[in-house]
Write a protein that binds this ligand. Structure first.
Ligand code: KG4
Ligand code: ZN
Length: 346
């Protein structure tokens, strides 16, 4: 079955066609980064309006790229939470119109659950092999950092979560302190590669729990940046250039601390629950040192999506929608958005 997936929960308008929950026929993404960059973060109303502009062209492009016609589409899957209410509404209403117009099933998808399903998607158009269950997945994104036990399709237990900032949010805030731009993960990772002597920064282990905390680390970075004269950044371009090695060493120290905690806590949860697979998902799973470290340290097979399927995309929505439909889940035309939707609910 071919499913059209739609994702508009945050600042990416995406549409994709996925076959049988694992073969990606197309996956197109319109990023709004430029529209939000001058504000230094996402402005919800700007996001909604950008989705309004992009949603139909993206759906049309996904169909064209996959070379499929409407009669071949078996269902529409759409993110209905968590996310920005106004942004979610654009995708949900577009999906309803398409499902109603074509007379095909509609299925609302939890965005966090979908991040996990990015790991079901095959590479290079191939059918993905299903991973052995139970599995433990770290979902590390801009708005969430959760360790999830998945025992079967639709059967989740959230083992731990962040008590303050999400990991991606910490990357974004630290990148802002260091004057690296938004979103912060990719430029922070790049400059950290220049580090010669990374600073030692604190790790919050939250012992006895599978929870995380990143706000103390963020504050430690701020104090270090102030002490090193990096924050606030000097106006003068030459002075800023002279600071580059220090910025690289702070970035690398921060990244090492985050990766260390994410990997060790995920693997501890996996061991405790006898997981047969370890997964990483969400935007932060695009981070090179995180990918390398978890792969080296895990004693069970690790799955991490390719970069484009780590950050927000509609292919993962279509994959998740497929497995929901398989177990009889359907949404009605009264499908609403749930901005604070938890995992395991719809
Ligand atoms: O999954 P995502 O696209 O959106 C949410 O659902 O939140 O994740 C976006 C987050 C941003 O905070 C971004 O800085 C982070 O993922 N990110 C990275 C990297 N690429 C994206 N963080 C660290 N290293 C990266 N290479
Ligand atoms: Zn996401």
């Amino acid at each position: 079955m071919k499913i059209l997936g739609i994702e508009t929960s945050c600042d990416e308008t995406s549409a994709a066609i996925v076959e049988d929950g694992s073969r990606v026929l197309s996956n197109v993404i319109a990023s709004q980064v430029e529209a939000h960059a001058r504000y230094g973060g996402i402005v919800p109303e700007v996001a909604s309006r950008q989705h309004v502009l992009a949603i139909v062209p993206m759906a049309q492009r996904a169909m064209a790229d996959a070379r499929v016609a409407w009669p071949e589409i078996g269902a529409i899957a759409v993110t209905c939470g968590p996310g920005l209410a106004g942004a979610l509404l654009v995708g949900v209403n577009a999906a309803k119109a398409m499902a109603l117009g074509r007379g095909v099933p509609l299925v609302g998808v939890n965005h966090l659950e979908a991040h996990i399903y990015a790991n079901w998607l095959g590479r290079d158009g191939a059918l993905g092999e299903p991973p052995p269950l139970p599995l433990v997945c770290l979902i590390a994104a801009g708005g969430h950092t959760d360790i999830v036990l998945m025992r079967g399709h639709g059967d989740y237990a959230v083992l731990g979560r962040t008590r303050d900032d999400a990991a991606g949010e910490a990357f974004d805030k630290v990148a802002r302190i260091l004057g690296l731009g938004y979103p912060g993960g990719p430029p922070l990772q790049r400059i950290a590669e220049e580090a010669t002597a990374p600073f030692a920064l604190p790790r919050a282990w939250m012992k006895g729990t599978h929870d995380f905390s990143f706000s103390g680390l963020k504050t430690a970075v701020l104090h270090l940046a102030q002490a090193q004269g990096v924050y606030p950044l000097p106006e003068d371009a030459a002075a800023r250039q002279a600071m580059r090695p220090t910025i690289a060493n702070i970035a690398a120290g921060f990244q090492e601390a985050v990766v260390d905690v994410l990997v060790e806590k995920t693997l501890a949860a996996a061991q405790e629950h006898a997981a047969r697979t370890v997964m990483i998902a969400g935007g932060v799973a695009a981070n090179g040192p995180l990918r390398k470290r978890v792969t080296e340290r895990s004693s069970v097979p690790v799955r991490i999506p390719p970069h484009v399927l780590c950050t927000d995309n509609a292919a993962m929505i279509a994959a998740c929608g497929y497995f929901s439909l398989q177990r009889g889940v359907r949404s009605g035309m009264d499908l609403d958005v749930t901005p604070n939707m938890a995992l395991g609910t719809r």
